[in-house]
Design a protein around this ligand. Structure first.
Ligand SMILES: [Zn+2]
Ligand SMILES: [Zn+2]
Length: 285
């Protein structure tokens, strides 16, 4: 019985990663490789063969270990051996269940933002989060390619509220699948617009891999807007510019938030000096 939960969890985790990743690989990176200007967030930059190999191996290893732990967790909950605040029936009613699901989503998304931002502090960035930022032209396989400590931190943020906040099982499954899907799509390297007004397009997180210390949000753009870490005009960013707000460019007057909407220019057209700066610093390190 326990084995069924563990194997099912591994199949689900790796299946989603390889299924969505494989589909994007086939439809864009293979079939449309000759026309990157038409679809790629960074048309001039493709990952090296070595980075592609390492991100697939590291991502799959993280996902497998996390799935095994999730399998144990799910078995514990289903068998009643692990006492959580997850409920299975109608609980306090449909409206309250929707509200609790929303609360879980908001709380964990804020937690993911805070943890990610914290990992951008110089020492933690250097020893832990840098593993993920090695991939400056992300692909879906970059989503789980990170230091195991970082992966475990994010998993814990999703798990801790399950001991504190009542949450309906379908709501929990929905949030986990939605967050996992967004992580994969946000790393796709493909210019996808968001269907939802609360979720920025893929260029937003792709820029995080280009500019480093900015645009920390996992799903909601709200936290970066609220805490001033959304990328701005008139600022210089790069691997050595810590703090999330960039450095003011001398003489720049416009410090408004960068627009990632439908009419925003594609990366191939705009080549900010910050990209060149961050690239040369990266090459030097
Ligand atoms: Zn980061
Ligand atoms: Zn990333």
């Amino acid at each position: 019985m326990l084995l069924a939960y563990v194997l099912g969890s591994i199949a689900g985790g790796l299946g989603m990663q390889l299924g969505i990743g494989g589909l994007i690989e086939l439809l864009y990176y293979r079939r449309r490789r000759q026309e990157p200007e038409a679809w790629k967030c960074q048309p001039k930059r493709f990952p090296s063969a070595e980075n592609r190999r390492s991100e697939v191996i590291l991502g799959a290893a993280n996902m497998t270990v996390a799935s095994i732990l999730s399998g144990f967790f799910a078995y514990g909950v289903a068998s009643g051996k692990l006492k959580t605040t997850i409920y299975f029936g109608v609980g306090p009613g449909i409206l309250a269940s929707l509200g609790l699901t929303l609360a879980y989503f908001l709380l964990t998304d804020l937690g993911l933002y805070a943890a990610h931002r914290f990992l951008h502090r110089p020492t933690l960035f250097r020893y832990i989060h840098r593993w993920h930022h090695k991939y400056t032209a992300p692909t879906p396989f970059t989503a789980a390619a990170m230091h195991p400590i970082e992966f475990f931190t994010y998993q814990s943020i999703m798990a801790v509220p399950l001991f504190l906040l009542p949450i309906p099982l379908p709501g929990l499954i929905f949030v986990l699948l939605y967050q996992n899907y967004v992580a994969l799509i946000d790393h796709s390297g493909v210019r996808f617009q968001s269907w939802w007004p609360w979720q920025p397009p893929t260029q937003f997180h792709d820029d995080h891999h280009v500019y480093f210390h900015v645009n920390y949000g996992q799903n909601l753009g709200l936290w970066d807007r609220l805490f001033g870490t959304w990328r701005r005009h008139g600022r210089k960013y790069g691997v050595g510019v810590f703090g999330g707000r960039g450095e003011t460019v001398a003489g720049a007057r416009d410090h408004s938030f960068v627009d990632y909407g439908r009419n925003a220019p594609a990366r191939g057209v705009v080549t900010p000096s910050a990209v060149a700066a961050s690239t040369s610093e990266r090459a030097a390190s």
